[in-house]
Design a protein around this ligand. Structure first.
Ligand code: NAD
Length: 466
């Protein structure tokens, strides 16, 4: 069976691309080609932006509660595809089925539901003295997304933008474009007005660059690498277009001397290896107080070695492949150059497919490449510290600031969490909250996604004096 799709989606209709080239989509667990999608062109982007521009006044004028009702229908249509979503992401990315169901399908559905609910009950307008404060949609949004949570990252942008009254041109990652088609199928079925959501698959340098530099795109919402975020910001700067950036991370998991060590290490290893370590918020640096350091290293090595690597569709698999041959080479390079004590990483992995064994390094120099650069693979670094100040200093010694964890007595752990220069911190395993603001400090990004904060990224604020 082929999963090929041969159309792009413009103005509410499945349409041929102006070009004839296609992009193959590979199954990283088997190295087989799953199918092809059109390689969109700059002309396709022009047409999609024109469709989004034409749809903007009508959608912006639709009351937010009505937009929320449409999002509710979209949620229903997408929820009916939950099984297909998990399967598709299992095939094009290699996420183990259990995680694909819970996270790759479950999370975007929760986020979409959240925006539908938020929009049907709009916040009353505020007055400040003689001013009425109104929030209006930014306009036409270009959404450019990566491959690691390929539907969640799309939905986080699209549902917030649509709730706010913006119209969208979406370009999913060329490595995992298939699941985005399921969202468009759902939008088509749910009756989204034509032009409100448009899809142009394609490569970054062609379709992504055309969106980022398009004079009629009012805002670019991007998730991906810091290098691409920088290029997009440069492109948008010429016309002073708004940008929202969700970029890389190198998050620290700080385990204080009064932490529940066993739990902290177990959850920490699980976090670092989620989605084969291809997670921007992954706690890739485990910082452990010296009094527990040796035990923590042993526990982490044992936990890593217990991971079953293999076929994502096998119920027992906990670690799938990396997304591509290039990604595997990149990760292997970091491992080869690590220069630290390797305590896990020798487990056998399948010959076929882009697998890397779960790998743990101890005694990692906080200034080394391994501790500073985003690896985006199943590679954990363990670093000792002497006291809370030292832990905070190491945690903040990063160009990134996306996420983190702290384990210890609640008040002390909270005090450390407050001192971490990062957009989110989980204390003692506090669970992910899909309506809390999500985003980065420093080179991890600009702006916030999810919940009400995510909605406001897509709004302009106007003061009307009376
Ligand atoms: P990437 O930057 O290579 O690609 C992301 C998207 O940008 C893709 O759709 C790609 O086609 C497009 N793109 C590439 N070059 C472009 C250009 N010149 N102009 C416009 N668009 C262009 O990133 P990736 O390899 O897909 O994803 C991995 C990276 O994303 C990691 O660094 C990871 O940390 C980061 N990430 C961040 C978050 C977050 O929320 N902060 C979430 C997921 C991934």
């Amino acid at each position: 069976m082929t999963l090929s799709r041969d159309r792009i989606y413009l103005g509410g209709a499945w349409t041929a691309s102006s070009g004839s080239e296609t992009i193959p989509v590979e199954n990283p667990a088997t190295e087989e080609i799953l199918g092809h999608v059109p390689a969109g062109t700059a002309e396709d982007v022009d047409r999609a932006v024109a469709a989004a521009r034409a749809a903007f006044p009508g959608w912006a004028d639709t009351p937010m509660a009505e937009r929320g009702a449409v999002l509710g229908k979209l949620h229903e249509a997408l929820a009916a595809r939950a099984g297909d979503i998990a399967r598709t992401v299992g095939l094009e990315l290699g996420t183990p089925l259990k995680v694909a169901k819970a996270v790759q399908a479950g999370l975007p559905l929760a986020v979409l539901r959240g925006y539908a609910d938020l929009a049907v009950q709009p916040v009353p307008e505020e007055t400040i003295g003689n001013s009425l404060i109104v929030h209006e949609p930014v306009g036409v949004v270009g959404a450019i997304t990566p491959w690691n949570y390929p539907l969640h990252q799309v939905v986080a942008k699209v549902s917030a933008a649509l709730a706010a009254g913006c119209t969208v041109v979406l370009k999913p990652s060329e490595l995992t474009p298939l699941v985005a088609y399921l969202l468009i199928d759902a939008a088509d079925e749910a009756g989204l007005p034509p032009g409100v959501l448009n899809l142009v698959p394609g490569t970054g340098p062609v379709v992504g660059a055309a969106i980022a530099g398009h004079p009629d795109v009012d805002m670019v919402s991007f998730t991906g690498s810091t290098a691409t975020g920088r290029a997009i910001t440069h492109a948008a700067a010429d016309r002073i277009a708004r940008v929202a950036l969700e970029l890389g991370g190198k998050s620290a998991n700080v385990i204080l001397d009064d932490a529940d060590l066993t739990k902290a290490v177990k959850v920490g290893v699980g976090n670092a290896f989620l989605n084969s370590g291809q997670t921007c918020t992954a706690w890739t640096r485990m910082l452990v107080h010296r009094s527990h350091y040796d035990t923590a290293v042993e526990l982490a090595a044992a936990a890593a070695s217990a991971y079953t690597t293999g076929d994502p569709f096998d119920e027992g698999t906990r670690l799938g492949p990396l997304v591509s041959a290039a990604q595997r080479e990149r990760v292997r390079g970091f491992i080869a150059r690590a220069g630290a004590r390797q305590v896990a990483g020798d487990a056998a992995v399948p010959d076929k497919g882009y697998f890397v064994a779960p790998t743990v390094f101890a005694d990692v120099d906080p200034a080394s490449e391994l501790a500073q650069e985003e690896v985006f693979g199943p590679v954990l670094s363990i670093i000792p510290f002497d006291d809370d100040d030292h832990a905070v200093e190491i945690a903040n010694n990063s160009k990134y600031g996306l996420a983190g964890g702290v384990w210890g007595s609640p008040d002390r752990a909270l005090a450390v969490a407050r001192r971490m220069r990062t957009g989110a911190v989980d204390v003692n395993g506090g669970s992910f909250n899909p309506v809390a603001p999500f985003g980065g400090y420093k080179q991890s990004g600009i702006g916030r996604e999810l919940g009400a904060y995510g909605l406001s990224e897509f709004q302009q604020t106007k003061a009307i004096q009376r």
